[in-house]
Design a protein around this ligand. Structure first.
Ligand code: SAM
Length: 615
């Protein structure tokens, strides 16, 4: 056994290297380095010695792990499991001893036992559909004689012509929380993280509205920036430097704008002093700024590099992308992480969609632009999902995306957050209420359920029940595949987490239109989203879905949820409508999956026919 393996600091470091999260985060940190060294690895050793610069024999140091520096594997940290398990690491069995001499890095091809490394591939197993409520002619009566409420029309045999959606009762397995909590969290700095951060912020309740008592001098960047105006902009920069959240957004707005003013000031100086070279004019503008800001020229130059990054983000993704970028944006701009790897293209793609989210969820966000005298008005009003986002241009009003159907009253859909009970059918009864179950206890985790976050102990679907609900980070988008609209995830949804509740009119007796079937054989109900509901009405089918419908009881009431099977940001949210649904639909499936089961079923170009629901 190596003598220092039990030293508490060394033990901690070994634990750290064993933690898969640490490895992943390190991977993401290192991913931005372009350089690769074939056939070598970096060994990370622990040595306890009197002075840091002492030379140490190999047998005095304990390898903690190594990083392969080969192409594409650069970032994998492979812990020294033998040390972790307190096994004696003899030089003959020591896996890292092979590294360097032979040019073979153990992390690249072998595991710690020297066996070839096999990639573990996880797979989603398609779930068998659970038992569903099917109504037959002889099942149940027409009315409840006690209440006089019509429960189900007995003369309707609905099953043969329904386009029914069913839900599952089994839960996609959630990722197990990692055992060790000792690893420090290195924040991966990837483009995905920045973009995801922007979307998360825009869907959070952050308050950005602010009022400005003092109006600034009117001027135009195009006609030039005088010394007095530039001094004023510099004053603003000074004022908003290093302040809190909404001031942080303000600060970035001012700084991105400062870069524009600085360029305009240089142009003005060159006009005023035609003998100046460009470099001289830049120096003059810089000096003017330093005078007001009270900074050294070097200091300002360093900061200016970050401010230029802010301006680039704003130029590509619009002001909203800068304003809703999290605190990580500073690091992004300081080290220019990912700027050359398509960050600006990514932002340009989402600029319009982000504006929809910002305008509808934070109507006051544009007030921040008053600080730089830009009085932009809101472009998108109403509910966030009343707009259909398009990759290449401004979002379209939802109604307009159904104009091809030439509906007599146009397309009308009211967005609501909760199900409504059809009182004509159910009276005061709620058919979703589970009989004989304790409404206070979760049927799944057996913990106490409460709408009050403090008393609630059920954490099955915390984004929907028992806590504060935030708007889901999803948008309607126009599909390119001919399915008309669909739902796109703007942030990732981890496997097993809820995306939304399937919300609509809780009714019974609808025939020939899309309905969700709920309840039991004795007490069935349908959820109909024909006129009212939420965005789940726009979720398309896929033969390889990334989400599923699932039943869940919240405080004794059955809810149908859309639960993720692992949805990545930017992907379409899809479910399996079921074989029986497709059997009754005169269309071909356009999911585009290699194993699609319902493509090319219909000879005519039936895919372009309106669906019954659309009609
Ligand atoms: C609940 S709506 C989904 C939203 C719909 N795409 C829209 O724009 O309103 C269901 C209808 O969408 C269409 N749809 C959904 N998934 C589809 C797929 N994979 N292929 C073709 N059409 C699909 C069918 O017309 C289906 O009847």
């Amino acid at each position: 056994m190596h003598p220092i393996v039990h030293h508490p600091v060394v033990t901690k470091l070994l634990e750290l290297f064993e933690n898969a999260d640490f490895s992943t985060q390190l991977a993401s940190e290192l991913a931005s380095f372009g350089q690769r060294d074939e056939g070598v690895c970096l060994r990370i050793d622990a040595v306890i010695c009197a002075k840091p610069n002492i030379t140490v024999d190999d047998d005095k140091s304990l390898p903690l792990g190594w990083l392969s520096m080969e192409k594409d594997r650069y970032s994998t940290i492979t812990p020294n499991h033998a040390a972790f398990l307190n096994l004696a690491a003899t030089s003959s069995s020591d896996p890292y001893a092979r590294c360097g001499g032979s040019g073979t890095c153990p992390s690249a091809s072998r595991n710690e036992l020297g066996n070839p490394r096999h990639k573990t591939v996880s797979g989603l197993r398609p779930s068998k559909s659970s038992a569903i409520a099917v109504v037959t002619e002889d099942s149940g009566s027409d009315s409840d004689t006690n209440t006089g409420v019509r429960l189900r029309p007995s003369n309707v045999r609905i099953e043969p012509s329904f386009r029914q959606l069913h839900s599952d009762t089994r839960f996609p397995q959630r990722k197990r929380p990692t055992k060790s909590t000792t690893a420090p969290t290195l924040q991966p700095s990837t483009i995905d993280k920045l973009v995801s951060g922007i979307w998360r912020q825009v869907h959070s309740p952050v308050n950005l509205s602010v009022s400005f008592p003092d109006r600034r001098t009117e001027f135009s960047l195009r006609t030039g920036v005088s010394q007095a105006v530039f001094q004023e902009i510099n004053g603003l920069c000074k004022k908003y430097y290093d302040q809190s959240r909404s001031s942080r957004a303000l600060e970035m707005v001012v700084q991105a704008y400062w870069v524009e003013c600085y360029e305009a000031r240089i142009a003005s100086i060159r006009l005023d002093c035609p003998t100046y070279t460009n470099a001289e004019a830049r120096m003059a503008a810089l000096k003017e700024a330093c005078n007001t800001l009270g900074w050294q020229e070097k200091e300002l130059r360093n900061r200016m590099a970050v401010w230029r990054g802010y301006k680039e983000i704003k130029d590509s993704g619009g002001w909203a992308s800068l304003i809703f970028a999290g605190s990580g944006v500073y690091r992004f701009c300081k080290y220019r992480i990912g700027f050359d790897n398509g960050l600006t293209t990514r932002l340009r793609h989402t600029a319009f969609s982000l504006e929809v989210a910002a305008d509808t969820l934070h109507p006051g966000w544009r007030d921040l632009l008053h600080v730089i005298n830009q009085n932009e008005s809101c472009r998108y009003s109403g509910h966030p999902h009343e707009w259909v986002t398009v990759d290449t241009g401004p979002a379209l009003p939802l109604k307009s995306t159904y104009s091809h159907l030439a509906l007599s009253n146009g397309f009308n859909y009211e967005f609501v957050d909760d199900c409504m009970i059809d009182r004509e059918v159910f009276g005061e009864d709620d058919p979703r209420r589970g009989l004989g179950i304790d409404p206070g206890i979760c049927q799944t985790c057996k913990e106490r359920q409460s709408d009050d976050g403090i008393s609630n102990h059920c954490s099955c679907f915390p984004s929907l029940f028992g806590g504060v609900r935030h708007p889901p980070p999803v948008q309607l988008y126009h599909t390119a595949s001919g399915k008309n609209n669909g739902v796109i995830a703007r942030c990732p949804f981890e496997r097993g987490t809820a995306i939304a509740e399937f919300v609509g009119l809780v009714t019974y007796g609808i025939d020939g239109l899309d309905v969700m079937i709920g309840g039991t054989q004795e007490r069935p109900y349908q959820i109909f989203q024909g006129q009212k509901g939420n965005f789940t009405r726009f979720i398309n089918h896929s033969c390889r879905p990334n989400s599923q419908f699932q039943r869940f009881y919240w405080r004794g009431i059955e809810r149908i949820l859309v639960v993720s099977r692992g949805v990545s940001a930017g992907s379409e949210i899809t479910v399996n409508y079921s074989d029986s649904y497709w059997r009754k639909l005169q269309k071909n499936c356009l999911c585009g999956e290699p194993g699609c089961r319902f493509a090319h079923r219909i000879e005519t170009n039936a895919a372009s026919l309106p669906s019954l629901q659309e009609a």
